[in-house]
Ligand binder design. Sequence first.
Ligand code: NAG
Ligand code: NAG
Ligand code: NAG
Ligand code: NAG
Ligand code: NAG
Ligand code: NAG
Length: 516
Amino acid sequence: MMHQFVAVLLLALALFPVAVNSFTKTDFPPHFLFGASTSAYQVEGAADQDGRKPSIWDTFALAGNGGAYQGNGDIACDQYHKYKDDVELMAKMGLDAYRFSISWSRLIPDGKGPINPKGLEYYNNLINELTSQGIQPHVTLNHWDLPQALEDEYEGWVSRRVIKDFTAYADVCFREFGDRVKHWTTVNEGNMYSMIGYDLGLVQPQRCSPDSIFNCSKGNSSTEPYLVTHHMLLAHASAANLYRNKYKVKQQGFIGFNILVHGYLPLTNTSEDVIATKRAQDFFIGWYLNPFFFGEYPAVMKKNVGSRLPIFTNRESNLVKGSIDFLGVNFYYAFHVKNNPGSLQIKNRDYLADMAVERIYIPENITLQEEIPITPWILERMLHSLKNDYGNFPIYIHENGQLLTRNTLDDQPRVEYIREYIGSLLEMMRNGLDIRGYFVWSFLDVFELQSGYEASFGLYYIDFEDPTLRRQPKLSALWYSNFLNNKTMDINSKITMNIEENSSVLSNTPLLHIAT
Ligand SMILES: *[C@@H]1O[C@H](CO)[C@@H](O)[C@H](O)[C@H]1NC(C)=O
Ligand SMILES: *[C@@H]1O[C@H](CO)[C@@H](O)[C@H](O)[C@H]1NC(C)=O
Ligand SMILES: *[C@@H]1O[C@H](CO)[C@@H](O)[C@H](O)[C@H]1NC(C)=O
Ligand SMILES: *[C@@H]1O[C@H](CO)[C@@H](O)[C@H](O)[C@H]1NC(C)=O
Ligand SMILES: *[C@@H]1O[C@H](CO)[C@@H](O)[C@H](O)[C@H]1NC(C)=O
Ligand SMILES: *[C@@H]1O[C@H](CO)[C@@H](O)[C@H](O)[C@H]1NC(C)=O
């Protein structure tokens, strides 16, 4: 498998030479942030401890994930108990920022109502530990883990009632943590949450129409993805409005929203495929950014979805418009887009049929369970396209990383992936994009959404058979640490590592030798 991707990489490099061949951290603007990401259910563990109640992710994982993989987040990386050690590793690595999420059902176990004092204490401890080490907390409020109580009561994001409860939850977070947290992201990957949770029914809360290939017991793929996104937009806007009115002057923070940005390139240069590519972008990205920048959904969505697309009142439209201070972008994969008008003939169309495109992975035969091709030039193209459509707004790359089998300590392909993207960021900024930070997904080997504990993105390896869950740096952790400590990173250099030196990051002994 690997050779195929090396070949693809070399081809990509040959066709699209990276302008920046050698770089150091000081080539980046002084306030540019380098970090790493995780999310609550994927790292915390202690799922039923100290008053936490289940989220929709607990329910999904404990039910067996639709058979796709085994495992759950009951223990995960146990960051709930090991946060001090983890923050120490972050500090030694040299991270500027840590992106994590708050478990809503740990802080407010029933989704609304009383605050759990132990939950409050945990996040205060984590945030204090970070800030005492000079690491900025970048906090996501909802990362695929709505409290199960709200799912049971009113079907969660499908209902408008979520807007009020989300705003009250955000209010607690701003009030309790906002003196130290300056970067808030309301929702992670809103577009994928809606699509794979409510159209495909592949992940929590596993809702889809009865005729979907996944056997959902509830849902409606024709309507719910649109309702869910509508409510996410309104919940975001409501929380942002609250922040601006009640906290902003005092706390001076920023509110953003996060989406997954796929790379989209037309399969051919025919006008059909070029227009289809624009349509795919409108469905995946414009679905959120048009409301954020213009207060309404893209015209092509209104046309194709018709009366199933919710409508913003004037008041709502004005509230949503201008409600993000920054966009969080997660980027991994790219697709070729082919026009597929036939899908508009289907009765009871779902979200994907409304889009009327066929998406073909680049390269065509990749599966989601193997190494991801390295395509920073496609990310750059996507970001220029957003700048062109919406203006030059601040962007944080919130997630980017390489999937490998978990026990690969010598994760050279991950090093190549991260190095190519970081090197390319310099070029992107020189070309005028307003990128403020870059977070590797993921800091540790976490409980992955689609691969459980089988494959992972972590900079640190965790042997889940080891009762102490010891963290071991992979080559990528050592590479990143070298970079963060201003070692020159030559794009053509071969990185050598003696795995026996794997404690260098942990113990702060001299950093690795980079052979050129
Ligand atoms: C989904 O909702 C629409 C609009 O209410 C309805 O026409 C359709 O029959 C529903 N589909 C399913 C599978 O329930
Ligand atoms: C859905 O249920 C059918 C019938 O029980 C079964 O054959 C099929 O494998 C199930 N599909 C999934 C994705 O679980
Ligand atoms: C489409 O046109 C562009 C610009 O002329 C070219 O770079 C690209 O290779 C063409 N793509 C295809 C699939 O023909
Ligand atoms: C994927 O495509 C490449 C190039 O066409 C080919 O060399 C490789 O064998 C294919 N891999 C699989 C798993 O089909
Ligand atoms: C980082 O390295 C570059 C290149 O070697 C050097 O010019 C710069 O002064 C270094 N910065 C710091 C803070 O050490
Ligand atoms: C590095 O990791 C290996 C493999 O787990 C372990 O046996 C070894 O003790 C570690 N080396 C150091 C210096 O900690």
